[in-house]
Design a protein around this ligand. Structure first.
Ligand code: UD1
Length: 401
């Protein structure tokens, strides 16, 4: 017996979540476990720049996508609709048993919706929707991702949860516990697999972040530096909000170099608002925040691992820093990943100047303490694949649809 799984990637944070699932499928097949899994990778094209996509395929050893939808950028509705209708054609042509979607981006929503509404052929069950990273809630519906999370979880037939808060959220929303599986975090599977590769990266030397300059970088000590990422529309699309955040951070730039790999959305805003200059400069400029191009997975991991402090508005980075034991300040009012605050290394700063400065001061004196959240052990993808294989063997698809 064989089954067919389609997994979907679209935007940067999807790639590291899907890579371990694909690896686990290969392992499953190599061991000869039943059923044999045929796998297809679909890239929606939501992120298309080589630094936002191709570099991640190379770093993570992802196979070339079997199908590329070429969707690209657009308004939220336009982008979602484009992916929705293109993905429906893939479903009709391929008739998979399961579609695996990850995270909370527009591609996740569009492909889950296309699958949930798809009738492959009269009398035949539709493919199952499996959601990896289910149950997270920020309780802030102004975030596009929160809408995506809620809708996808309510469409999904199998929900794979990364932390216990997800179980409680799904229970509260009336989702049957029979569909929900607490498996851990596939993004942390990737992090654990690539830590050794990150240790051989030369990115710190390239950015002048090591003492001394001769010889092979990996034997020299890293200088203390801070890593910054910002890309949320609420933080960077509004001039005043963006300026306030920079004001909250800029004082720290007199103490440490602040390395800022810039997302294309943020780059556009910096140019539009005329922020380049003053506190935003190039690597090597005295003090201030150093803008660099978006980095690949392994280089970014190396930068996170060696940082004195990470400042971010990303979701995934809150989890990665917790797993690495690196202090993190999240420049948001809320988080959908409360385990990173309760047990990890994360604090929420809000977006006021004083909130950001206070959180930075607190994190700079924080004692190093690593508490790895439950099941963030590098085995999440294996658990997922074994549940997928079991569920389809049991004919869950046919009953559930
Ligand atoms: C998306 C996700 C967000 C995730 C982020 C990671 C949604 C709703 N948001 O936000 O959850 O944290 O990815 O990066 O899905 N652009 C380029 N090149 C690219 C991709 C984007 O230049 O390869 C520019 C385009 O101008 C585009 C803008 O960035 O309009 C925003 O891209 P989009 O995919 O809509 O959202 P992100 O802000 O990247």
């Amino acid at each position: 017996m064989s089954i067919k799984i389609v997994s979907v990637v679209g935007a940067r944070p999807n790639f590291m979540k899907v890579a371990p699932v694909i690896r686990a499928i290969h392992e499953h097949n190599e061991k000869g476990t039943s059923p044999f899994i045929r796998h297809l990778l679909v890239h929606t094209g939501q992120h298309y720049d080589s630094l936002m996509s191709d570099q991640f395929f190379a770093d993570l050893g992802l196979p070339k996508p079997d199908v590329h939808l070429g969707a690209g950028s657009g308004s939220p509705a336009g982008q979602t609709a484009d992916i929705l209708s293109k993905f429906e054609k893939v479903l009709l042509g391929e008739s998979p048993d399961v579609v695996v979607v990850v995270g909370d981006v527009n591609s996740t929503l569009a492909c889950a919706l296309a699958t949930a509404k798809c009738s492959v052929a009269p009398g035949q069950p539709r493919p199952l929707v499996a959601h990896v990273e289910a149950g997270l809630r920020s309780f802030d519906r102004t975030m596009p991702e929160e809408i995506n999370r809620i809708v996808v979880d309510h469409l999904a037939d199998l929900l794979f949860v990364t932390e216990r808060s997800g179980l409680a959220n799904l229970r509260r929303e009336g989702i049957s516990s029979a569909k929900v599986h607490f498996v851990g975090n596939t993004m942390i599977d990737s992090l654990r697999s690539f830590q050794a590769a990150a240790d051989t990266s030369t990115v710190l030397d390239r950015l002048g972040l090591r003492y001394g300059s001769e010889g092979n970088g990996k034997h020299k000590t890293a200088r203390p530096y801070v890593l910054l990422t910002l890309h949320r529309p609420a933080n960077v699309d509004d001039r005043k909000a963006f300026q306030t955040i920079l004001e909250g951070i800029s004082k720290l730039g007199r103490e440490f170099p602040i390395i800022f790999p810039v997302h294309p959305r943020t780059r556009k805003r910096i140019q539009e608002f005329g922020f380049e200059g003053d506190c935003l400069g190039k690597v090597g400029s005295e003090g201030g925040i150093c803008l660099v191009d978006p980095l690949g997975y392994v280089e970014f991991l190396s930068l996170m691992k060696n940082a004195r402090l990470v400042l971010t508005d990303s979701g995934g980075i809150q989890e990665e820093t917790t797993s690495l034991g690196v202090p993190c300040v999240t420049i948001r009012e809320n988080t959908e990943r409360p385990v990173t605050v309760k047990h990890g290394t994360n604090v929420l700063a809000g977006i006021s100047v004083s909130g950001i400065r206070k959180a930075i001061a607190r994190q700079l004196v924080r004692k190093k303490r690593t508490h790895i959240p439950e099941k963030w052990d590098g085995k999440a993808a294996r658990r997922i694949v074994s549940i997928l294989a079991r569920s389809i063997n049991k004919g869950l698809g046919k009953e559930g649809k």
